[in-house]
Design a protein around this ligand. Structure first.
Ligand SMILES: Nc1ncnc2c1ncn2[C@@H]1O[C@H](COP(=O)(O)OP(=O)(O)OP(=O)(O)O)[C@@H](O)[C@H]1O
Ligand SMILES: [Mg+2]
Length: 269
């Protein structure tokens, strides 16, 4: 296929012809006897923001990790920007370069300053020189509102600031799409808003985003589509108003009731 980026091609890949940033078909993933993903079909268009919600253990992180092959699917097909990442001949490093990933843990290097944290992968992976890496880093620190922190070490920053550094680091690689796995769930409540504001801005700028989140107000406001997962399947998906505002499936309803009113979930049945 012309749009593939494969080792055997050697040269740069051609842009995808389809509008799909991510296409997942019949994705299954098992860990030993435990089947975690039981046949997922999902596509994300360029520029689309899709939020994935669902109970703990439903397979949300595993789904995200199958997109950039941090987990190898047991069966099924995953394509990113027209390149099939499940093709055994794919140049996965090259595909991963186009995917920004932000996790719950920020994973910044403690012994490097913010500017150095943003520069290291640009220099090692993209082969950029110091000057270009620093210029790109400063541009992205500005995007996340942290221009004044470039010389700080991570330990001197709040959790919310560290997560915004992690986002700026991902953006410095100029990804085509971003995967977020509960980027605010390790943060103190008062720090969540700044991180969500950065993500909201990215969405407005047209970034393609697949976001696992428990922030229902963010999902309602920013997502083009909300996907509800439970026990390894997509139970329902649609506009936020439909899925969060007027869920059709009883499993979605009971999940949302628990998320929107956690205290109620602790009451005995
Ligand atoms: N590397 C692994 N080895 C074995 N089991 C795993 C592995 N990774 C995940 N699992 C199991 O797969 C299931 C789904 O995990 P996953 O992390 O995808 O869920 P999740 O929906 O992201 O949950 P949470 O909301 O708690 O983050 C869980 O039962 C988990 O224990
Ligand atoms: Mg998870």
């Amino acid at each position: 296929m012309a749009a593939s980026i494969k080792k055997k091609d050697g040269g740069p890949g051609t842009p995808a012809e389809s509008g799909e940033a991510i296409q997942i078909e019949g994705l299954h993933k098992s860990f030993g006897d435990l089947e975690v993903l039981k046949g997922i079909d999902l596509s994300v268009k360029r520029g689309e923001v899709v939020c994935v919600i669902g109970p703990s253990g439903s397979g949300k992180s595993t789904l995200l990790r199958c997109v950039n092959l941090l987990e190898e699917p047991t069966s099924g097909k995953v394509s990113v920007a027209g390149t099939e990442v499940t093709d055994p001949d794919v140049d996965i490093d090259r595909v991963r370069r186009g995917i920004g990933m932000v996790f719950q843990a920020f994973n910044l290097f403690p012994h490097l300053t913010v500017l150095e944290n943003l520069g290291i992968a640009q220099r090692r992976v993209l082969g950029r020189d110091k000057e270009l890496a620093e210029r790109t880093a400063r541009h992205n620190l500005e995007r996340v509102g942290l221009t004044d922190k470039e010389d700080a070490y991570p330990a001197k920053l709040s959790g919310g600031q560290q997560q915004r550094v992690a986002i700026a680091r991902a953006l410095s690689m100029e990804p085509e799409l971003m995967l977020f796995d509960e980027p605010t769930s390790a943060l103190d409540p008062e720090l969540v808003g700044d991180v969500l504001a950065v993500m909201r801005k990215l969405a407005k700028e047209g970034m393609t985003m697949l976001v696992v989140t428990h922030e229902m107000s963010f999902a309602r406001e920013v997502a083009d589509r909300v996907v509800f997962m439970d026990e390894g399947v997509i139970v329902e998906q649609g506009t936020p108003d439909r899925v969060v505002g007027d869920p059709q499936h009883p499993r979605t309803r009971s999940f949302l009731a628990r998320v929107l009113d956690p205290a109620a979930a602790q009451l005995p049945e």
